[in-house]
Design a protein around this ligand. Sequence first.
Ligand code: DGL
Length: 201
Amino acid sequence: MNKNNPIGIFDSGVGGTSIWKEINSLLPNENTIYLADSLNAPYGYKSVDEIISLSIKNTELLLQLGCKAVVVACNTATTNAISVLRKKYNVPFIGIEPAIKPAALNTQTFSIGVLATKGTLSSNLFSASTNEITKNIRLTEIVGEGLVPLIENGKLETAETILLLKKFIQPMIDAQIDHLVLGCSHYPYLIPQIKKYYQKE
Ligand code: DGL
């Protein structure tokens, strides 16, 4: 395969563009193709089999377009499907998982929170990579139900979005977390709102 071939990136929608931006700034000489499967978003409530079959479909399309590597810019697809993709195709797959490890290593309150999709939080890969590292830490896991469609529709600062954030983040504040892990590639688009309403100065 030619080294000038593009790197393929996929997500259920616009969320993975938060990853794409970083790839572009770290590897400015690489060509990239971004695939947003908005038709099938959100992935967070689909069964493992559905997530696998959508991930295969996305991969096939990117490989047809000549991609030399595939970035699964979606926590839900990574935690449920990347092992299948790695077995099935002979290209490198790079995935993303909730950043529990840095939060667990740096917490002072021994309490951290993770906001992610149902699919991610219920996956075997999430439990496997989380259980060991959070043994002495209180982990508050919350499903960000309803956030992805709002972000897909650009509703970042609406009353509905702020209300949902309040509902999800208040229990974490009550649990005295000092690190909030955003375990879905859509959620970084809500960082300004989260900071505005919840960051302690
Ligand atoms: N952006 C994805 C993730 O990181 C999926 C969100 C969804 O489609 O539910 O999990």
